[in-house]
Design a protein around this ligand. Structure first.
Ligand code: SF4
Length: 148
């Protein structure tokens, strides 16, 4: 609740262009406040220090376990900076709703996903190879760094 209140309060001020310095106060260790500050700045588009993830809410067309795949994609790529990565459940609406993400992981047909670079479909792979193929695609674009 503290995070939500801080985000609502600080975010409203920053969105109006008010303030140069922010401090989130939580009843937790001080270092837990810092990621909240970064997240507020990233959500408002004022700083980009993390990967921005875009994911659809899932529906009857979803072709894989979206929550699980988003988690796997996030775990594999969260150390990168400056990228937008989309995970979309189907090819019907997914590519159009990826909000110009740099990379897209999109349900193509049962058991298969397609990887996109921007709006371009690059390759189709079996679902179980999807995360590894995404990593390889980012590597082939020279945008990958190994986690520390
Ligand atoms: S992108 Fe596809 S699976 Fe996701 S919510 Fe939209 S229609 Fe449903």
């Amino acid at each position: 609740m503290g995070r939500i209140k801080s985000t609502a309060g600080i975010g409203t001020l920053l969105a109006d262009g008010i303030g140069d310095t922010i401090r989130v106060s939580l009843t937790e260790a001080p270092e837990k406040e810092i990621p909240v500050c970064y997240s507020i700045l990233q959500a408002l588009g004022l700083r980009k220090t993390m990967v921005e993830y875009v994911a659809c809410p899932s529906c009857g067309r979803t072709l894989f376990n979206l929550e699980e795949v988003l988690h796997k994609v996030r775990e594999a790529t969260k150390h990168l900076t400056g990228l937008d990565i989309a995970v979309m459940g189907c090819i019907v609406n997914g590519p159009g709703e990826m909000a110009d993400a740099d990379y897209g992981y999109v349900g193509k047909q049962p058991g298969f996903i397609s990887l996109y670079r921007g709006r371009e479909e690059i390759l189709k792979v079996p679902e179980e190879q999807g995360v590894e193929a995404l990593i390889n695609l980012i590597k082939s674009d020279d945008r990958w760094v190994d986690p520390e």
